[in-house]
Structures are given as C-alpha cells and as structure tokens.
Design a protein around this ligand. Structure first.
Ligand code: SF4
Length: 181
C-alpha cells in the first residue's frame, strides 16, 4: 500500500516516515512551498529535506513555483483565521496529488507538531480526502515528539524557529512589550 505524506519540514517528517514505514507502507513525500516565507527560508527548509530524504532513501515531490502572493491574498483581512486556509490548501493539494498518483492514503507531518491545531488538521484532512476520493490516514504522531526532536538534533538538522508564513515570523520575533535592558 502506498501513502503520500505531506511534509512541512524535515524535522517534523522524521517520526511519521519511520512509523509509516514500520506499518509496511510505501511512503512518498510531498513538500508544499507557498506558506513558507520568505523565499530564502523556504529554500533552506527544502534543502534540509533534500539532504535528509537522500539519507533515508525517501522519494519526495517538491512543489513547483512559489505563490506567496496567492497565499497572502487568501488570508488578508482574516489573518487570525489564516491557519484554516493554510491547512486546507496544503491538505487539498496533497489529496488531489495522491488521487492522481493512485496512492491508497495521504497524511501530513503537521500531525507531529505540538504547536499545530491538531483536531482542525484531522477534520480538514478527512473532509478533503472525501472530496478527492482518497483516504486520509489519521495518526497522532505527537507521541514521537521527543524522539523526532532528539534525532533532528543528532543529525544537526536545521530547525526553524517559526511555523512558516510571514505572520508567524512576526508573532515569533516582534514583542514590543519586551524592551531591551
Ligand atoms: S502559522 Fe503556520 S499553519 Fe498558520 S498560516 Fe502560518 S504557516 Fe500556515
């Protein structure tokens, strides 16, 4: 059985790939790019994944193009609710690709992160899977959080400090209340 795994970044993919392979699933990755800003950061995450994928013999589809403008246009005026759009677009793109490639299932490394909206990802995954005609495989990969983190450190992998979009970068670094001493 074949599964397409949406990969948000290499560190988050370590545990899901390992777990899915242990279930005798043939795993292929898919790296979606439009939500990772700026472009230099997107490239850095992609390159980190390319190195890791080669190391573990994982085939990965890398998304063409870089539609930062489309991403921004789709979340403008509803920035607080942007993750819903972001999850939906990433999972719908993955589901359609899985259907096209005759995969049995699709899933996402977002289910590994303790910082993501887990239940929302699950419900969107199931919904877009139904529409696309391919099953969303739900798994709570957060159980492997410690293991994945430790492996990424051992491999000296680049680990980003914000989720991906430019808004998340601002939330991570812009804290005007914290004045320098
Ligand atoms: S914070 Fe992360 S999940 Fe939410 S919109 Fe930005 S990149 Fe997407």
């Amino acid at each position: 059985m074949k599964i397409l795994l949406h990969i948000c970044c290499a560190p988050c993919a370590i545990y899901p790939v390992k777990t899915l392979r242990a279930q005798n699933l043939e795993v292929m990755g898919f790296f979606y790019r439009h939500n990772i800003h700026p472009y230099s950061e997107c490239l850095r995450r992609q390159e980190t994944l390319q190195v890791y994928a080669q190391k573990i013999d994982l085939r990965v589809i890398y998304q063409d193009g870089y539609d930062l403008e489309g991403f921004i246009q789709n979340v403008v005026y509803r920035e607080r609710d942007r993750c819903k759009y972001c999850y939906h677009d990433r999972l719908q793109t993955t589901a359609r690709l899985a259907r096209h490639g005759k995969f049995d299932f699709f899933t996402t490394s977002l289910l590994f992160s303790k910082f993501q909206k887990h239940e929302l990802i699950k419900s969107i995954g199931e919904s877009v899977g139904k529409s696309a005609g391919v099953r969303f495989l739900y798994a709570d990969f957060r159980e492997g959080w410690k293991e994945g983190l430790e492996t990424s450190k051992e491999l000296e992998m680049y680990r980003q400090s914000y989720c991906g979009c430019i808004y998340s970068e601002k939330e991570r670094f812009f804290h005007p209340e914290k004045k320098p001493e």
